[in-house]
Ligand binder design. Structure first.
Ligand SMILES: [Zn+2]
Length: 137
């Protein structure tokens, strides 16, 4: 894989500090609420949608999810942008944007959090997990 085995060892040591694992750096996390009564995960709610309980605790999402629905929006923007509903691994759904060509994003695609808050729109931005050129190795 690496041409210089000595460097490979150094790179492995460096990545042990979390370069590979910390795909979601500090500050780039999505917090969600989980109902302490029925365990339902939800996003930006004050009441549990299932049991209407208000006893919610905040948890931190691992940042991975699956595209539920993807829509291309042309309104108020010079370039078409993609708005997707992402079902996170924890079970809640939120709205965000998936990077990449809008036509290349389909429901069922796996995504991971890239930026928790888009500096322009303040919405979470995701990237496709299965993009060929983003292979983990
Ligand atoms: Zn509940």
């Amino acid at each position: 894989m690496y041409h210089h085995s000595g460097n490979a060892a150094q790179q492995a040591a460096g990545s042990a500090a979390g370069v590979l694992d910390a795909a979601v750096p500090d500050g780039e996390v999505i917090l969600f609420q989980r109902c302490t009564w029925c365990g339902t995960a939800m996003y930006h709610r004050l009441l549990c949608p299932v049991c209407r309980g208000s006893d919610l605790r905040t948890e931190r999402s691992g940042g991975t999810g699956t595209v539920r629905r993807s829509t291309v929006v042309h309104r108020n923007t010079p370039a078409a942008r993609n708005v997707s509903l992402i079902e996170m691994a924890e079970g809640f759904v939120l709205r965000g944007r998936v990077m990449g060509p809008p036509v290349g994003i389909h429901s069922g695609d796996r995504v991971r959090l890239s930026t928790a808050k888009d500096p322009v729109r303040g919405e979470p931005v995701f990237q496709l997990v299965d993009e060929p050129y983003r292979a983990w190795t």
